[in-house]
Design a protein around this ligand. Structure first.
Ligand code: GLV
Ligand code: GLV
Length: 327
């Protein structure tokens, strides 16, 4: 018998899967930025004991049914809304994700996006590059202050709390809304729990870090944007589907909010013709929350370990569907 087969749906740093290779035959799709085509994926899944998947892969019944030997789906992301977890559980397949290792990196990006949007950094960079800087003026590229303002964090998980920690360094007042209260965040970071409505009404920066669930889907609609201050800046680093994009556009048109910084979109990737890109006060990024070399390598090692663990019958470190583990 050969070693169990693990297929990786994207080119990832090869050297990070060394450990997994001791336990499995590993093959990966050869492209870093082009996803594996569905036909190839379904064919590879046929023999796979493990799949290392990306947040852009739709892991549904069709894929799982094509993989009769599948024991583990290790998703290279903290979010797992791309996976039919119930379907995996019903089939006895372990689903794992990569929390913790990306928390600081994602919080750094979220705060960078907030700062870039508030201080109009991309606009200012383009202004210089395009040779428009002919004179200096007192209000040239004037943005909005960050320090001493109120930040409202929707989704106070690990990443939310780590963004709050960064906000303390800017003397910000911190509000948060979450499914459950977070006494540690209140004690250690001085964060105040408020209702969703109070948060969006009072915050200068409304920052979404909540996972995509039926409760958070389209949470940010026109009614929500209308409740925000006209000067509010909306930052989304969770999932595009928490926002009704048409409503965000209308809110920007009607100046219900001042600006938006978006790392995520409803249908990714977006093209240059995406309607939200026509606004100077929208800063758009290509879903790079956890994209530092160090963190992506750590995430890759982690998904490799998850697969190796399941193969040898050991419980992986981060399992999404606990109930499937009979160990
Ligand atoms: C990125 O969005 C992730 O879920 O890791
Ligand atoms: C991620 O680790 C989160 O819980 O926000």
């Amino acid at each position: 018998m050969g070693k169990p087969f693990v297929y990786v749906t994207r080119k990832v740093p090869e050297h990070c899967l060394g450990e997994l290779r001791e336990f499995a035959e590993v093959e990966m799709w050869h492209e870093e930025e082009i996803p594996v085509d569905r036909e190839t994926l379904l064919a590879k899944a046929k023999d796979a004991t493990g799949l290392i998947t990306m947040l852009s892969d739709k892991v549904n019944a069709e894929l799982m049914d094509a993989a009769p030997n599948l024991k583990v789906i290790a998703n290279l992301a903290v979010g797992f809304d791309n996976i039919d977890v119930e379907g995996a559980t019903a089939r006895g397949i372990v689903v794992s994700n990569t929390p913790n290792v990306l928390t600081d990196t994602t919080a750094d990006l979220t705060f960078s996006l907030l700062m870039a949007t508030a201080r109009r950094i991309p606009e200012a960079v383009n202004y210089v590059r395009e040779g428009q800087w002919k004179n200096w003026g007192p209000l040239l590229m004037a943005g909005t202050d960050i320090h001493h303002k109120t930040i409202g964090i929707v989704g106070m998980g690990r990443i939310g709390a780590t963004v709050a920690k960064r906000a303390t360094g800017f003397d910000m007042e911190i509000l948060y809304h979450n499914r459950s209260r977070k006494p540690e965040a209140e004690a250690e970071l001085g964060a105040t729990y408020v209702s969703f409505d109070e948060l969006i009404e009072k915050s200068d920066y409304v920052v979404c870090l909540a996972p995509l669930t039926p409760e958070t889907k389209e949470l940010f609609d026109l009614a929500a944007f209308r409740k925000m201050k006209d000067s509010a800046i909306f930052i989304n680093a969770s999932r595009g589907a928490v926002v009704k994009e048409d409503d965000l556009q209308q809110a920007l048109d009607e100046k219900e909010i001042a600006a938006a910084g978006l790392d995520v979109f409803l249908n990714e990737p977006i093209g240059a013709d995406h309607p939200l890109l026509k606004y100077d006060n929208v800063v758009a990024l290509p879903h790079i929350g956890s994209a530092s070399v160090e963190t992506r390598e750590e995430m890759t090692r982690l998904v490799g370990r998850h697969c190796a663990n399941v193969i040898v019958g050991r419980k992986p470190e981060y399992i999404v569907n606990e109930s499937v583990w009979k160990g």
